[in-house]
Design a protein around this ligand. Sequence first.
Ligand SMILES: [Mg+2]
Length: 132
Amino acid sequence: MSRNSKDETVIKVLLVDDEKGYVNVLANRLSKRAIHATKAFSGTEAIQILRKNEFDVVVLDLKMEDMDGIEVLKIIKKMAPDLPVIFLTGHGSQEAAMEGISLGAFDYLTKPCELAELIEKIKQAYQHKFEE
Ligand SMILES: [Mg+2]
């Protein structure tokens, strides 16, 4: 957690998705709502970034080229068990969504999701850290 110039709490999010355009637009939009997003375009990149940096919340795409989101989730849960992970699934991925929850994900959203919905979920996940 850090603070911006308006002394507003800034939530640090790691945004993991292999659709670069989507990640860039999303990161940009989140930054206007006091959410600082670090971008990772693959599961491998996400793990590397997580080794060296601290985050409040991870937003993780379930379908990626190099590594399945479920595999990435398992690794994150080993590295940082208390770090909340929200994952993004496509339509008809209910089974994968349930698997993610059973593996300790905080929650999931179905893509394409509303920005407001994602922000709300990120804030819930962030609050959750302090309630544990
Ligand atoms: Mg994807």
